[in-house]
Design a protein around this ligand. Structure first.
Ligand code: FES
Ligand SMILES: [Fe+2]
Length: 361
């Protein structure tokens, strides 16, 4: 579907949506990347994802585990502690926690039973494609993590790069779906030879989480909520790909994890920094503009910003995002004014819960 000509009115294609003031605090629950696997060695590492501070560590077999970052005893930061045979040990009084978040040792009272409440949350976590992915809900069986096949193909050399933007996830996603900015923001890099005029935005939506854009010799594929890849539109022996995925740290900050991948010059590692620098240069060109956008997340209704045919893929993304907000899909709601879900009476405010009743109108 969805080849928009300049004469079609994009804003007429999609319904308006009523304002819902705290949409910027609502995020899908999904597998999110939080760190490079190579960054996690024998010391615990703390990261924040959708407003939750988590600590990740490797056990003695090298297996990765993820727990909430603060000790059940006096709330000390567990990343100050150390990895021990059966889990992680807090730096303050030495309590130990296993992979399920249960306390297994209280050194001050070795002969007393460990109280039931001495536990913290454990999260599903896995290492794939050189990244650590966390599912920010404590499901026993989370859904599969779906990755583009290129990320696990041995014939591709993948050069990692990373940048942090002070921007809401939705604005970051839109920046990689935007065709018309290339000739302006990237006029000295990837947009150098591109026309300012967009005669046609050729994009497809074959299933609800996917947007595919054909742009010159490139084929962009986006998977909701936060994975994107650029491939050549025709297969060739010398293949170059670019991949990005996003970690919404909270409602103001998003980390971009990227790979520049190639099948050529594979045995020339001195080329890797060149690909990394170029990818970061392109991201830096976007950063200033995206961080400047107001409101911080995309607005609560299509009518609140102007759309033209060149914005077709972004409008499709907004439609999917609004569908998410109005549906029963799993979500995390951050506490307004606080990026860290709060604990009250043993309950976590900011837990995934039933969606609000706001609807598309
Ligand atoms: S705060 Fe962690 S053991 Fe006391
Ligand atoms: Fe860009």
């Amino acid at each position: 579907m969805s080849i928009l000509s300049p004469t079609s009115s994009v804003s007429a294609l999609f319904p308006h949506r009523e304002k819902f003031p705290s949409d910027d605090t609502v995020f899908p629950i999904s597998w999110y990347p939080i760190a490079w696997a190579s960054q996690l060695k024998d010391k615990p590492v703390k990261r924040r994802v959708v407003g939750r501070d988590v600590v990740v560590y490797r056990d003695s077999k090298g297996q990765i585990h993820a727990l909430e970052a603060y000790c059940a005893h006096r709330g000390a930061d567990l990343s100050l502690g150390k990895c021990v045979a059966d889990g992680i040990q807090c730096a303050y009084h030495g309590w130990q926690f296993n992979a399920e978040g249960h306390c297994t040792k209280i050194p001050a009272h070795p002969n007393r039973p460990i109280p039931e409440f001495a536990k913290i949350r454990a999260y599903p976590v896995q290492e794939r494609a050189g990244l650590i992915w966390i599912y920010p809900d404590d499901l026993d069986v989370p859904p599969d993590l779906k990755l583009f096949s290129e990320l696990e193909q041995p014939e591709l050399v993948l050069v990692p790069y990373e940048q942090t933007w002070k921007a809401h996830l939705t604005r970051v996603v839109e920046s990689v779906l935007d065709v018309a900015h290339l000739a302006f923001v990237h006029k000295s890099t990837i947009g150098k030879r591109l026309s300012e005029e967009i005669k046609l935005v050729d994009f497809d939506v074959q299933e609800q989480n996917q947007i595919v854009i054909r742009n010159g010799g490139g084929l962009l594929e986006y998977q909701f909520p936060q994975q994107w890849i650029l491939r050549p539109s025709t297969p060739s022996k010398s293949q170059f790909i670019n991949y990005v995925t996003f970690c919404p740290v909270d409602s103001d900050t998003t980390i971009i994890f990227g790979y520049a991948g190639r099948t050529f010059l594979r045995k020339m590692p001195f080329m890797n920094p060149i690909f990394r620098r170029y990818s970061l240069k392109v991201l830096t060109e976007d950063k200033a503009v995206v961080e400047s956008q107001h409101p911080r997340p995309i607005p609560e209704a299509l009518r609140m910003e102007a759309h033209v045919p060149a914005d077709g893929p972004q409008v499709r993304f907004r439609q999917r995002w609004f569908q998410f907000l109005a549906s029963e899909e799993p979500r995390i709601i951050l506490h307004p004014g606080s990026s860290q879900p709060e604990k009250t009476g043993g309950q976590v405010v900011g837990e995934p819960h039933a969606p609000s009743s706001h609807t598309l109108s």
